[in-house]
Design a protein around this ligand. Structure first.
Ligand code: UFG
Length: 329
């Protein structure tokens, strides 16, 4: 697995290990944390661009599949630094695919994003909708999605692309969670604002939604992890390669998230109005019928309150993320 020490990757490592799979992780630790890995999971610290190193890890561990999480993920940054995003998310992924071919590994689960859709014409979003990304981040994910069928035809790659909606929450046991050096996501920022950190800036209050704030589909990070196990099992039984939306299908506004965080934390979220953030679609939520039908995937924690409760458990016990010793281990 690439990016296994990151937020979503580490939850997938845990799910795979809990299900009895042997997992080996490649991560350059530029954003991930070695502490997020369970004991005994081998970590090779290298860039995904280092094709020889990736091929060696695959061969040494006799890998039969690759889950590819390693990527840059900040939409705003992708607008400012497009070259870095193409280098990391496109060139890096091509290096992984070439290393897989060299090592004879043919199953690939790709971390894609709802960002491939851009501003959707219709919600809930179904996979047959024409993808039209509106930022470089979404473009890089779509470029790879479009390359995968070519690799399938030319080299027999079996692939699944999982289009994540808004990953959120943390492992319910509180031992792993979200720890980004530069946090940009709503739920951790709202928790921070409820616990004495900087006030939350609510980007836009004049959207065409009932309360004027953007609506998103927050999906529990453990449910995302489970989707990877379902995707792997489907590939193993010879299911066709395809892209799947992974979301709950329920939209929540920024205001609803603020209210839920206040209730769970037991303190008000300090917030102030701010201008719209460029590139933010008004409403994004998934139809995940295809994943439920073809992958047999069902979210275990579809309620926003559970997602926020688990995020709060992580943040309240790890106020500095992985930088302090983890008392829960
Ligand atoms: N928001 C605020 N204030 C903040 C942060 C976020 O009001 O300080 C709002 C945003 O405007 C948005 C919602 O909260 O309406 C969620 O924002 P996030 O930054 O948490 O998540 P995004 O919806 O922007 O991003 C997610 C994924 C990306 C993916 C993108 C697709 O994190 O990887 O969806 O649009 F590309």
């Amino acid at each position: 697995m690439t990016g296994g020490a990151g937020y979503i990757g580490s939850h997938a490592v845990r799910a795979l290990a809990d299900a009895g799979h042997a997992v080996a992780v490649i991560d350059d630790l530029s954003a991930g944390h070695a502490e997020a890995l369970p004991g005994g999971v081998p970590l090779t610290r290298c860039a995904i661009h280092d094709g020889d190193a990736v091929r060696r890890v695959l061969a040494d561990h006799r890998a039969d599949a690759v889950m590819h999480f390693a990527a840059w993920l900040d939409v705003g940054e992708s607008v400012r630094k497009p070259s870095e995003y193409y280098q990391n998310n496109v060139v890096g992924t091509l290096a992984v695919l070439d290393a897989m071919r060299a090592a004879g590994v043919s199953r690939f689960v790709f971390s894609s994003s709802c960002a491939v859709y851009g501003e959707p014409a219709v919600v809930p979003i179904v996979e047959t909708q024409d993808p039209q990304p509106i930022n470089p981040y979404g473009e890089t994910k779509l470029v790879i999605e479009r390359a995968l069928p070519h690799f399938a035809r030319a080299h027999g790659l079996q692939w699944t692309a999982l289009r994540y909606f808004n990953a959120a929450g943390a492992h319910p046991d509180g031992t792993i969670g979200e720890d980004h050096a530069h946090e940009i996501h709503l739920i951790p920022l709202a928790i921070r604002a409820a616990t004495g950190g900087p006030g939350l800036r609510v980007f836009g209050q004049d959207y065409p939604t009932p309360d004027g704030t953007c609506q998103r589909d927050y999906i529990h990070v453990c449910d995302l992890a489970d989707a990877h196990l379902c995707a792997l099992a489907a590939l193993e039984r010879g299911a066709p390669s395809a892209a799947y939306n992974i979301g709950t299908g329920t939209p929540h506004s920024v205001t609803a998230v603020i209210e839920t965080v206040s209730r769970v934390v037991g303190r008000p979220v300090a917030w102030e109005p701010a201008p719209r953030r460029p590139g933010d679609p008004a409403v994004l939520y998934a139809s995940s019928d295809r994943a439920r039908r073809d992958l047999g995937w069902t979210p275990r924690y579809p309620d926003l309150a559970d997602i926020v409760r688990h995020a709060w458990k992580w943040h309240s016990t790890h106020p500095r993320g992985y930088r302090v010793s983890d008392t829960n281990r």
